[in-house]
Design a protein around this ligand. Structure first.
Ligand SMILES: C[S@@+](CC[C@H](N)C(=O)[O-])C[C@H]1O[C@@H](n2cnc3c(N)ncnc32)[C@H](O)[C@@H]1O
Length: 381
């Protein structure tokens, strides 16, 4: 296709392959995995579709200018010569983010500063006026990626990160990132037709993401504004057509989505978030101690994101041991997955694990571990 262009979808460590699969399913071309990113090709309509639908992408960036620079002055000069009026005018706001590696450029903030100066100076010299920087809600977000002397300028089509789906009004103490939650659900291979239980659901992220996956609700249906809505070539009709066609595919899941939490305040937050996502008729949550609960389903998938509580060593080890005991005694014939960064705690679960996947939850190195619970499930000493 002639109007197809390259795009870069950014993601978290460990989610590259699931993002690649999502992109292939959506119909992306020339999809290639990199480090915390996947590159692909598509046209403007595909860019809209990808932003609307991808669950495991944080941002979709479009490379718009590649050049070599061996000093901060050269970087400034090259960016000063770039025609910024292709994108924005003096009444717009903008922001730069930079990622640098190699020996020449070592200070990403200084790179962003130089880029900002180049933009402002160009506008001032041509118009005697300038667009302003906005750190929170800029109209345009630009990224600069530099590796040694190879520089790429990218424009951000997403605006605010795609994990901000629009449903999370309230977060509990340690909410999991929405993109990471969706990625974890994909990594587990949950088949979308098995009852889904999150017995320590906190603010309800896993339940909402799983229910949206199963209902085929586009991930970013309720997102405030996408970056591309400020672009000169913004085609609202095309975007609405794509949105409508995706909405026609939404279905009502025929399975149960159940969440428990011992904390009433966590449940209040989950309730607000579930309502905001419009899933209150599907997801059922309850103020319940997991350790006093029992499996009521024939076929159950369980995801647990327990407290990590590194400082409460004794208590936390007991909590992880109780998770193992509860699964083994009360949840026979279910398939449990646990995500945690508390490796000592994980050992105390005391069940034989099948798969272990390394992930990063924020800065915390974590493990996503599968514990299939069947009659012969072994306790590990
Ligand atoms: C790390 S948070 C879960 C965060 C959640 N994934 C989210 O996105 O908001 C752990 C949750 O486990 C809950 N919890 C701890 N012990 C519990 C128990 N015995 N039964 C049920 N919930 C429990 C806590 O109240 C807390 O909300």
């Amino acid at each position: 296709m002639n109007d197809s262009f390259k795009m870069i979808a950014k993601t978290f460590f460990g989610l590259e392959e699931v993002l690649k699969a999502e992109l292939c399913d959506l119909g992306a071309q020339k999809v290639e995995c990199g480090k915390r990113m996947v590159s692909f090709y598509g046209d403007k309509g595909f860019m809209y579709k990808a932003n609307l639908c991808l669950r495991t992408a944080l941002k979709i960036l479009i490379p718009i200018y590649s050049f070599d620079a061996s000093s901060y002055d050269e970087l400034y000069d090259k960016l000063y010569k770039y025609d910024w009026t292709k994108h924005m005018g003096i009444s717009n706001t903008f922001l730069f983010n930079s990622v640098v590696s190699g020996n020449i450029f070592r200070h990403s903030l200084y790179v962003s500063q130089k880029a900002k100066d180049a933009v402002v100076d160009q506008f001032v010299s041509n118009n005697n006026n300038r667009p302003n920087v906005d750190l929170k809600h800029p109209d345009f977000r630009f990224h600069i990626h530099i590796r040694n002397n190879k520089c790429t300028l990218l424009i951000d089509s997403s605006g605010e990160s795609l994990h901000k789906r629009g449903y999370r009004l309230e977060a509990d103490i340690a909410p999991i990132n929405e993109v990471l939650a969706a990625g974890i659900i994909y990594l587990t291979g949950w088949d979308k037709s098995t009852d889904f239980l999150d017995p320590m659901c906190g603010s309800g992220t896993f339940l909402i993401e799983a229910c949206m996956i199963s209902s085929q609700i586009p991930a970013n249906l309720n997102k405030g504004e996408f970056g591309f809505e400020n672009w000169k070539n913004w085609d609202e009709n095309l975007f609405n057509l794509i949105r409508e066609s995706k909405l026609k595919k939404v279905i009502k899941p025929q399975i149960n989505f159940v969440g428990y939490d011992i904390s009433a305040s966590a449940l209040q937050k989950a309730t607000k978030n579930i309502n905001e996502a419009g899933l209150q008729n599907i997801i059922k949550i309850k103020n319940q101690d997991f350790f006093e609960s029992k499996n009521t389903s024939d076929d159950l998938f369980i995801i647990i994101n327990p407290p990590y509580g590194k400082r409460l060593t004794g208590q936390i080890n007991d909590l992880y041991k109780s998770i193992g005991d509860t699964l083994k005694n009360n949840y026979l014939d279910s398939n449990a997955w646990i995500i945690s960064s508390n490796f000592e705690g994980i050992k105390n679960i005391g069940l034989k694990s099948q798969t272990k996947i390394k992930l990063l939850n924020g800065k915390l190195e974590s493990r996503l571990i599968n514990f299939p619970i069947y009659k012969g499930s072994k306790k590990v000493r």
